[in-house]
Design a binder for this molecule. Structure first.
Ligand SMILES: Nc1ncnc2c1ncn2[C@@H]1O[C@H](COP(=O)(O)OP(=O)(O)OP(=O)(O)O)[C@@H](O)[C@H]1O
Ligand SMILES: [Mg+2]
Length: 413
């Protein structure tokens, strides 16, 4: 065995060689893989958007364009995947061939040296050498086969890291939770811009007003005047750019908004129902609801009658595979949902538009039950909806404009 050190430099050559190859390869593998991952993420988000757009796409008869756009996307993913696999495959094959040539060269050198009598080699030595080569080759090839897998794994980890490291936009951590909500709001010089850059006209400017608990506030104004923006400040989806909003005398920046939202309900034009039974849809977001409470909420929402006529009552499946509800029926489901939550603060977004007069009256009656005793904000374009308001805030280009509420309310009546 003492003769073998002659071949040690030959084996030692492997180390820098493999290190070099790995350095060259792993960077490129990584960039191919990152490319592939981005393509796949893009494809997923395009697919999601496309599925939501299906009704509009069909209504405009542009299915072919959508399919073409998607095919484009698929072919990008396919070519990114092919580049990655082609590179990984070429690398694996090249390594294999290189190692085999190295092996061959080693044997040729050994044969030559032995033939010339420069180094005394016995057949046993040759077998031993072959054994060494095979062991090293198997190890190196296995490591190489791992390289694409390891690259994908690390890239996946990076992708997870990007999500985990993105800051919590709401920043609720460690903030005070609110046990009781009375529903008083104070706006102190509140302004809000969607863009953080200067010079852009803010969506809301210098709002000052107070709302006492249990009041009903109508919000009116032309399209784009900031009504929806004002609502998103009240729900805490956006925070004021300057000024502050107090909830029951406490700055909303200082409270855990999730605990406030337990006492908040939103009834909007587009009631979102998910695939599941009607019962699941109504109790969504509430805990420990008794059957009696559920029945009472359905009754107060004027929904009992139409639910009884459904094939399986409360256990009727909704959604793609089930029953479709009308606009007025959906709204009453939303009202029942809101009643069950027993909120202190209620937000109604143009809640009775797009209904015929018959069902509007039923919905209106249910809404009035829901509003009583709760701080309510109503966005409405039509005066009839504002009849119940104690006060009306009129927005124009993001600012409150002075307008006698009484007059507006009188006009509504
Ligand atoms: N996500 C957003 N990003 C940037 N600007 C926005 C965004 N949402 C609204 N805006 C802008 O803020 C202003 C107020 O919009 P907002 O949606 O609050 O109006 P609105 O009173 O609810 O209108 P509408 O009656 O049409 O619903 C508009 O100028 C609008 O272009
Ligand atoms: Mg709006």
């Amino acid at each position: 065995a003492w003769r073998m050190p002659v071949f040690l430099p030959v084996f030692a050559l492997f180390v820098p060689l493999i290190w070099l190859v790995r350095r060259f390869v792993s960077g490129r593998l990584q960039s191919y893989n990152e490319n592939l991952r981005r393509e796949i993420e893009g494809m997923n988000s395009q697919l999601g958007g496309m599925i939501n757009m299906i009704p509009i796409t069909r209504a405009h008869a542009v299915e072919d364009e959508e399919v073409a756009r998607l095919e484009n996307r698929f072919s990008n993913v396919r070519s990114a995947a092919r580049s990655f696999d082609f590179f990984a495959g070429t690398f694996g094959a090249t390594m294999w061939v290189a190692l085999m040539l190295f092996n061959l060269g080693g044997f040729a050198a050994a044969a030559f040296l032995s033939y010339r009598g420069l180094v005394a080699l016995t057949p046993g030595d040759i077998v031993l050498l072959a054994g060494y080569f095979n062991t090293i080759m198997a190890a190196v090839l296995q490591l190489n086969a791992m390289l694409p897998i390891v690259t994908r794994g690390f890239d996946g980890l990076r992708s997870i890291g990007e999500v985990l490291e993105s800051p919590d936009i709401e920043d609720n951590r460690g903030k005070k939770s609110v046990e009781q909500v009375r529903g008083e709001f104070t706006f102190e010089n509140v302004s809000f811009s969607y863009e953080k850059t200067d010079g852009v006209t803010p969506a809301l400017r210098g709002l000052n007003f107070q709302v006492t608990a249990g009041e009903t506030i109508g919000i009116v104004g032309p399209s784009g005047s900031g009504k929806s923006t004002l609502i998103s400040l009240i729900t805490g989806f956006h925070r004021p750019t300057s000024g502050r909003i107090l909830l029951d005398g406490v700055d909303m920046n200082a409270i855990d908004l999730r605990t406030f939202r337990h006492r908040l309900a939103v009834v909007s034009q587009q009631t979102i129902l998910f695939n599941g039974t009607l019962r699941e849809n109504i109790v969504y977001g509430t805990r420990d609801v008794t059957e009696a409470e559920l029945q009472a909420a359905i009754n107060d929402a004027n929904a009992m009658e139409f639910i009884r006529e459904l094939p399986r009552g409360l256990d009727t499946e909704l959604g793609a595979a089930g029953v479709q509800l009308s606009g007025g029926q959906r709204q009453r489901i939303a009202i029942a949902r809101a009643l069950l939550r027993d909120p202190r603060v209620l937000i109604l977004d143009e809640a009775t538009s797009a209904l015929d007069t018959g069902s509007e009256a039923v919905v209106q009656q249910a809404l009035e039950r829901l509003m009583s005793g709760r701080t309510t904000f109503i966005i409405a374009h039509r005066h009839a909806v504002l009849r119940r308001a104690n006060r009306i805030l009129t927005l124009d280009k993001g600012a409150l404009v002075e307008q006698a509420s009484n007059e507006l309310i009188a006009a509504a009546n």
